[in-house]
Design a protein around this ligand. Structure first.
Ligand code: ACO
Length: 391
């Protein structure tokens, strides 16, 4: 067979950088100025005045709720928090040392198998979005307690979403400040335009698969250390650095050895400080004051200074993951739950984007630029070379 020269694709962009993959009216980012908006509302104002429940409504319905709508959504969350009875035995059977993000992925998938409703209309999917958002904290808290040999704590009917999550984790009611801290963390993570996990949710949804599968894709994608998994890695890194005086040498050595990325820094879109990092930094500063964690906070501050001098000109600045771990640590949350908290918040964004995308669905099916061998003939096994490694 004659070899055909396959043309290179001039549209290739590694990592889809600069490619606009969908239209969305939910979230916008100004990466040069470090601004983030949900439906036109700045993340700073939402973090200051809003609640996670209100932000969920905003993302799902594209407007703020009235007082009675907000009350109704909060009530619905409370009603949906308890897990279907089939879930508990599965959580008990999971290995105690399983990674929580894998646990969340598995349990989200199980929710799909338990949903016998065949209706795939907007209202049914909005209801699924509410249920998943209400149940993810219950799943994670139950797994966390069971792996430590403790009994799961039933949801508290009069606590808001964030406060109830802390309550189910620890078994005691959080203070107002603690609950607010968690609420802000969930608001900051609820959505972020066409991030990798939202994109993978949309790719799955675009085949007209179901909402659970889209969310499961999102969880699997969020888990990686280049995306949501970075928050856990930051804490490991600053623990390893140990002291602010050692930051410069650590960064220098990392760059010299091309060892790995400095976690909590860099972003595809932001070329300045991620606005969520600014909000988290101030909360972190307050919660660590006078505690042992002040040392870790100071390491982060020094990392920011050293990184700015080293790679600020390349647009590499602090991202959302740099300070979030310190806030969670102050709330008594172990590092392997940091990324699940991200998912507990981002499920609102994933589902909102899928619901929006389905209104004008089109299958995602990009091209690949082929760089393999030219067309050739099949070789019977007895005629193949014996050792390809020497080819
Ligand atoms: N530390 C050191 N160098 C970095 C970092 C970093 N954190 N981030 C980017 N760079 C450098 C790269 O080495 C590369 O340099 P070069 O051009 O000299 O080769 C350049 O910046 C561009 O890097 P890319 O990987 O091409 O940028 P991309 O947009 O693909 O990556 C990413 C973005 C993955 C977030 C990257 O900045 C990174 O790995 N950061 C660390 C992990 C992290 O914190 N992830 C969380 C991101 S926020 C979120 O998802 C919630």
């Amino acid at each position: 067979m004659g070899a055909t020269k396959l043309a290179a694709n001039p549209g290739f962009s590694a990592g889809l950088e600069g490619v606009t993959a969908a239209r969305s009216g939910l979230c916008s980012i100004d990466g040069q100025q470090g601004r983030l908006y949900y439906l036109g509302y700045s993340i700073e104002e939402l973090a200051q005045y809003s609640s996670f429940e209100e932000v969920c409504f905003l993302l799902w319905r594209r407007r703020f709720p009235t007082a009675s709508e907000l009350k109704a959504l909060k009530k619905r969350f409370v009603e949906c928090r308890a897990l279907p009875e089939e879930i508990a035995p599965h959580i008990e059977r999971l290995p105690k040392d399983a990674a929580p993000m894998g646990v969340l992925r598995t349990l989200a998938s199980l929710l799909c198998n338990l949903d016998k409703n065949q209706d795939n209309g907007v209202a049914a999917n909005e209801e699924r979005a509410v249920r998943m958002t209400a149940q993810f904290p219950t799943m994670m808290a139950a797994f966390h307690r069971l792996r430590r040999g403790q009994k799961a704590v039933a949801p508290h009917p009069s606590l808001d979403h964030a406060a109830n999550f802390l309550y189910m984790l620890s078994g005691s009611q959080p203070t107002k400040d603690e609950a607010r801290l968690m609420d802000v963390a969930l608001i900051l993570h609820a959505d972020h335009e066409m991030n990798a996990s939202t994109f993978s949710s949309l790719v799955t949804a675009s085949t007209l698969s179901d909402l659970y599968s889209a969310v499961v894709s999102g969880i699997g994608t969020l888990k990686g250390p280049l995306h949501g998994g970075a928050n856990e890695e930051v804490l490991k890194m600053i623990d390893a650095i140990g002291d602010a005086s050692k930051v410069e040498a650590y960064v220098r050595e990392s760059f010299r050895a091309k060892k790995y990325r400095i976690m909590g820094f860099g972003h595809r879109i932001y070329k300045t400080v991620d606005p969520r990092a600014r909000v988290f930094k101030e909360y972190a500063r307050n919660v660590v004051a006078g505690t042992d964690s002040e040392r870790l906070f100071n390491i982060n501050v020094r990392l920011e200074e050293v990184m700015q001098a080293q790679v600020g000109s390349k647009g590499i600045y602090a991202n959302v993951d740099l300070y979030s771990g310190l806030v969670y640590q102050a709330l008594g949350i172990p590092p392997d739950l940091f990324t699940p908290i991200f998912a507990i918040a981002r499920v609102a964004g994933w589902t909102a984007h899928v619901l929006e995308y389905w209104q004008e669905n089109r299958l995602f099916r990009p091209n690949a630029e082929y760089v393999g061998p030219e067309p050739r003939s099949y070789e019977p096994v007895e005629k193949r070379r014996q050792d390809y490694s020497k080819a």
